[in-house]
Design a protein around this ligand. Sequence first.
Ligand code: NAD
Length: 295
Amino acid sequence: MTRVAFIGLGNMGGGMAANQAKAQRPVMAFDLSKAALEKAAGAGCSVAGSVAEAVKDAEVVITMLPAGPHVRQIYADEVLPNAPKSALLIDCSTIDVESARAVAAQAKAAGFRFADAPVSGGTAAAEAGTLAFMVGCDAADFPAVEEALKPMSRVTLRAGDHGAGQAAKICNNMVLGISMIGVCEALALAEKLGLDPVKFYEISSQSSGQCWSLTSYCPWPGPVPAAPSNRNYEGGFATAMMLKDLKLAQEAAAKSGAAAPLGAQAEGLYALFDRLGYGGKDFSAILNLFRGDLS
Ligand code: NAD
């Protein structure tokens, strides 16, 4: 069975590594956090003492790290010098397109196959093995990437060459951030107008206002039982994470000369919500900013 090295066992990586182990693949796992390592061991992974040790016999290396600088550092200092050249390297973190392309170029120059493969789906999907992967890689490498990601995925789509997975991810999350704010503004307005927000949900979800933020992730408690709005906006996709992705989108827009004014507004609103102390709450909690109820 494919030997997997898994680096970064946090909220997302923990569940993802567990699903590789569940698929009977031997997993060598590493994280800086002792608690994360213990959890991975409990899920059937072997625990390594360093990135170098984790990757040394790997056929597939998967990284799930916080941001671009972590990915650049770990690949340059630890993965590329220590993994076998035959290993397929897959970075699933959400990072800037430039860092993804720089790491891909370094990996290719060193003789490796590399893919950026950020995910959509959040922690519940990471645990359930139902993530959507958006992949940037050489076309010839895609079947191997798809196979490597299978125990963790509902769907895996190739976006294009290196960096295209990250480009798809930040564009998708810009749509998500903007649409969530639109849905929250409308729900707060409905309430002010004396319209039952649940009735508004019922009507808009069958009208032209229908979108994922409303019908799959409703920020108003009640209509969508699995949504974080029903558990005081705990878990789910943190405001700080949404802010990070909107920042990445704005940086990419500035560098490429694209106009993204609503993305900039969404970034500003999520930055404000984060500064007010709600960075750890699910991003749909921004509803309460528009309702004027941050109690
Ligand atoms: P997290 O902070 O929970 O996990 C990151 C892990 O990386 C931590 O356990 C940390 O100890 C580890 N780490 C950091 N530096 C390391 C190093 N040098 N060596 C080994 N381990 C190291 O973050 P997360 O929520 O799991 O997110 C990971 C990535 O997935 C991010 O890029 C995020 O944007 C993206 N993402 C998150 C979600 C979500 O809902 N949380 C959804 C989609 C994508």
